[in-house]
Design a protein around this ligand. Structure first.
Ligand code: COI
Length: 357
């Protein structure tokens, strides 16, 4: 393993993190340092921490043309006892390793990436916000850098980790949202990159999301790409429904991202003795459950928004109200438990929290 080198800003050149944390949005502010590592001649080289700065990238870099780019998202929390804690970071690096394989990118040392991240967080620990509901968002990503315009995997890559303080992902915070069930467009094709966290998947979600926005919906629910029948993800989150006594989420069958929050929700609900089913769920079954009063709750689950309650669904001209349109009991319990574990007010039975140092 190559040694990690560090070039750290002297205190007088460091920027100040925002003091008014109530105004923190998502993804606009970045901490003082970043991690970088190059892949060249068949090997990852020169892992280093240095001051955050714009990149020098050849205009022909392959990621800019053919989207050979993967990323991750995870959070570091300032916990009740003052310690900094990462939430399930090994799961994110393991998923990044699966994503790189699907995009024909080179494998990397997950433990080295984790060590580098913990060093980076220790250096920028002042950037981890203090207010309830805030966190330091961490974005590891790998981009193809070889200057070449033929379509094939790049020979060169850059692995980076940037971080920045964030507040709630949705400006409304933990409140029910209305979602548009997309009848026509697909997020990903079958047998494609759906289970990879690839930038390309997010690019292909933009057009339909913009159309849904124009209709007044902040998020859309994707149906499967083959039959446009079975529910998959909501926006950039995994989707859950509470129908009768069952909590249902779509199975991981290639077109759904294996979310770390998704897995945490399944584990917590099972711990409580609730019935969790990872199965196909058609929009017709949801409509029927809505009509006969069995559709009790619906929520999205993801790193950025944590748990996001859904109050109403709109599908082909009809509205389906979920429960009483407010925040369901299980949804709230999951949110309280998960954030409690993350901020340290509830026991961490599954050892999901890893201290920074
Ligand atoms: C997540 O919440 O897990 C996400 O992937 C959201 C991110 C793309 C902003």
């Amino acid at each position: 393993m190559e040694t990690l080198t560090k070039r750290i800003l002297p205190p007088q050149h460091r920027r100040f993190p925002p003091t008014d944390e109530s105004k923190l949005g998502f993804g606009d502010i970045f901490s003082d340092h970043l991690f970088k590592m190059d892949y060249h001649d068949g090997q990852w080289r020169n892992p280093r921490i240095e001051p955050y700065a714009p990149l020098q990238l050849d205009p022909a870099a392959m990621s800019l043309h053919y989207a050979q780019l993967v990323f991750e998202g995870l959070k570091c929390f300032r916990r009740q006892d003052g310690q900094l804690g990462l939430f399930r970071p090994r799961d994110n690096f393991a998923r990044l390793a699966r994503s790189v394989r699907l995009l024909c990118m080179p494998d990397f040392d997950q433990e080295l990436a984790l060590t580098a991240l913990r060093e980076l967080l220790d250096i920028d620990r002042n950037w981890v916000p203090r207010s309830p509901g805030t966190a330091l968002y961490i974005r590891p990503f790998i981009v193809a850098t070889e200057p070449h315009l033929g379509v094939r995997p790049s020979n060169d890559y850059l692995f980076m980790i940037i971080t920045g303080p964030v507040g709630a992902y949705y400006s409304a915070g933990f409140a029910p949202i209305d979602i548009y069930v997309e009848p026509q467009y697909s997020r990903v094709p079958p047998c494609g990159l759906g289970e990879a966290k690839a930038g390309a998947n997010y690019a292909s979600s933009l057009y339909a999301a913009m159309e849904a926005h124009k209709k007044g919906y902040s998020q859309l629910l994707w149906l499967d790409p083959c039959e446009h029948k079975y529910v998959e993800e909501v926006g950039s989150m995994n989707m859950f429904f509470v129908i009768g006594d069952e909590i249902v989420t779509s199975p991981l069958a290639g077109t759904v991202l294996p979310g770390v929050t998704r897995d945490s929700v399944c584990v917590m609900a099972e711990d409580w003795g609730l019935k969790v089913a990872q199965r196909l769920l058609s929009i017709d079954e949801i409509i029927e459950a809505g009509e006969n009063g069995r559709l009790q709750e619906a929520f999205g689950a993801g790193t950025a928004a944590v748990i996001s309650p859904v109050g109403r669904l709109h599908y082909k001209g009809r509205d389906i109200v979920v429960g009483d349109g407010g925040i369901g009991k299980i949804t709230r319990r999951l949110y309280d438990e998960l954030t409690g574990i993350q901020y340290g007010s509830r026991p961490d039975a599954h050892h999901w929290i890893m201290p920074v140092k």
